[in-house]
Design a binder for this molecule. Sequence first.
Ligand code: NAD
Length: 356
Amino acid sequence: MKIAVLPGDGIGPEIVAEAVKVLGALDLQFEMESAPVGGAAYAAAGHPLPESTLKIAREADAILFGAVGDWKYDTLARALRPEQAILGLRKALGLFANFRPAICYEQLVDASSLKPELVAGLDILIIRELTGDIYFGQPRGRRTAEDGHFPGAEEAFDTMRYSRPEIERIARVAFEAARKRSKRVTSVDKANVLETFQLWKDVVTQVHQEYPDVQLDHMYVDNAAMQLVKAPKSFDVIVTGNMFGDILSDEASMLTGSIGMLPSASLNDKKQGLYEPSHGSAPDIAGKGVANPLATILSAAMMLRFSLNQPEAADRIEAAVKAVLAQGLRTPDIHSAGTTKVGTAQMGDAVVNALR
Ligand code: NAD
C-alpha cells in the first residue's frame, strides 16, 4: 500500500503528522513517501505542483493531503498560486468523484448553528462531480457584448456542460455508495431551467434502472439548499454537479458546526484517491500546535476504506475518534465548558491510545 504524503502549507504539516502517527499505530505495512506541495513547493522548487511531486502522487495508491495556501502567495500569478496544486492533481489523476460526509457527532451536537434535535445523529454523504460543469466548460472569457440587454458593454461568460458518460459514472458512484448505506440517493439538479441538468436528470434516472434496490429522488438545488437546513436528516446520499456540490457540501459541513472534523475523498475510476480535510491551511493558527487534526485522521480512515481496501482499519480509526470525543478531549475549535482542551499532538496521541 503506497501512500504519497503531501503536507502542504499552514497547519498542513501539523495535522498530517498526526494522521501518519495514527496510520503507524495500525498493524499494517505502508510505503509512504513525502513531497512538498502548494506554497511549500513553490518556495522549494518554483511551482506549486512540481513534476517530482506529481510523479510520487501518480505512482501511489492514495494521496494523504494536508492543505495548501497562504496569504503571502496571494500576489503570485494565478498559475503559481498554491491552490493550483489541488486542481492540477485532480486533473492529472482524473479525480472526478468527491465524497464529503457530514456527520454530527453526538458529543458536538451543541456546536451546530441548528437546533440539536435537527442535527443529532446526522450522517449524510454528498457526492460531487469534480471535473466537469461550469467550472471547466469551454468557451469562457470576457468580451464586448454584441447583443443582450447592454450591447457594446463589457461582459463575461462561462459554459455549463456535462456529457452523458460523465453523468453516468458519477451516478454509478452514488448508487454504489448508497448500497453500503441506507440505499437512498437524492439527485440534485436544476432541470426546470437548465438543459445541462435536464440531461443530468434523464441520465441519472436511466442509470438507476441498474440499481433497483436503491431509492432515487430528484430535487431542485434551491429546494435542496432549503431542506438541508430544515430537515437535514431526511437525506442519505446526495449526488450533484460540480458547482451545486461545491455550495451544498459547504452548507452541509456547517450543519455539524466544526470544520476541523470533516474529511473528504476525491477518487478516480481506478479507486486511486486524494484524501484531505475539508478545511484550508488556517494560516491564522499555523505553528501554534492548536489545529484540530481529526478531519485529517478521518480522511486517513476514508483512504483505508476506499483506496486501500482496509475497511476494518477504517472502522477502528473512526471508533477511536468517537472514543476520544467521549473522553471529553477537545482542540480549541470544538472546546466547550466541561471538556478538556488539548493541542494537535495530544489529540493525535489520544487517538493512538484509543486505537490500542
Ligand atoms: P480555512 O479553512 O483555512 O480557515 C477558516 C477558519 O477555520 C480559520 O479561522 C481557521 O483557523 C479555522 N480552521 C480551519 N481548519 C481548522 C482546524 N483543523 N482546526 C482548527 N481551526 C481550523 O479557510 P481560509 O482562512 O478561508 O483559507 C486559508 C487558506 O487556505 C487560503 O490560502 C485558502 O486559499 C486555503 N484553502 C485551501 C484549501 C485546501 O487546501 N483544500 C481549502 C480551502 C482554503
